[in-house]
Design a protein around this ligand. Sequence first.
Ligand SMILES: Cc1ncc(COP(=O)(O)O)c(C=O)c1O
Length: 470
Amino acid sequence: MSTDLAGPSRPDSAAPDPGVAPDAGTGSDPVGAADRTARFWADVDRHQVRYGPGFIPEIIARAEGAYIYTEDGRRILDFTSGQMSAILGHSHPEIVATVRSQVARLDHLFSGMLSRPVVDLARRLAETLPAPLQKVLLLTTGAESNEAAVRMAKLVTGGHEIVSFAGSWHGMTQAAAAATYSSGRKGYGPAPAGNFALPTPNPYRPDLKGPDGTLDWQRQLDLGFDLIDAQSVGSLAACLVEPILSSGGVIEPPAGYFAALKRKCEERGMLLILDEAQTGLCRTGAWYAFERDGVVPDILTLSKTLGAGLPLAATITSAAIEECAHERGYLFYTTHVSDPLVAAVGNTVLDVLQRDRLAARAAELGGVLRAGLLAIQDRHQVVGDVRGRGLLQGVELVVDRETKRGADRLGAEVTRRCLQLGLHMNVVQLPGLGGTFRIAPALTCSEQEIALGCEILDQAIGECQALHGR
Ligand SMILES: Cc1ncc(COP(=O)(O)O)c(C=O)c1O
């Protein structure tokens, strides 16, 4: 299955991988390798549950820095940092060293026991955050961190109704999935009562326009809350939103929006929960994306980037909210809560981010990436929009810039061609909208790697368009 995706003659992507055994791919035993490859995909067909749209047709052998290496020795530049998580690149030497030493000393504990890595990480996270965010619950996944946040908001406010964006993604567990509208809602029976969608403020596709033709986000927000107020049974608990919607197509709500949203929450006694799974920990050029807005959430959730690819998440709130939740018997007791192994990884992630000043680096590299993407937009009419912040950028493909009709199929073809050329890209395809590439390379990438990614994307868009005579 991977053979039809064999790399082209681009020297850097076709270079044999010294870390792969010679007979694992096309080396000394091509027949044996072909058999093993066929067996691998037969096992996939027979034994893998298909949990999403499909599997990438490559057998991945290892990953290091900005690259993924296939079993047959191809090198692929990773423009999604794994699942938008590996902000320090793959197998960062200091993370490897931390895992090795920590797993040998103290890995996992009874959930009611605490250890130094956990308490250190809680204190250090609080030091990166504005007051009053100081109380930290360490968990495993993004969905879980949102589950914990929603449970806390319900207990503290006494309400149960949750508002989130119509383009949201907060995870696959019950409360997180109930607050997720971008996909996966159909076919699973009734969602919990009291979840409401708020229109996503999308400056590229403004659904309510002011006199100057730009998005009238204040009117959109007012109308959204008029509808929520009409439907609410008087039990509003929280607004759970991403500062930049990633799975919704890298959509950045305009400046001023989150301050206005916070006011809407305060007027109704709701808590504001910001989900910085993808935007937290320096990726956007600041430690947290909410810094742009001068708004401090009541609860902040972190995941993906916090463990830089390892399963670590956090739910963070004020002492007052934590106190109230505790008094009311807050329970979020999980197997891997406060686990020392991943907490130690989190401490190393903070060490590297702080020592190497990776917030500033993300801002700088983000500028390089953005310039490269804007140059691609200049060359190709199908690139309707380039947007995002720092090292989280979106590129939306459209049939034409006037109607902005989505070029969905082209998005899938360009993604496939990029993979052949040695670049892993992810395209978000939402019904009625075009394909939007979500680009989130590691903060440790070099400028050359960013330039190589842009070069491959440019080539792939050109070739795929030529194929369709567009
Ligand atoms: C903003 C956001 N929140 C939460 C999640 C869920 O995280 P996890 O898949 O680790 O449960 C995701 C995953 O993509 C996400 O993008």
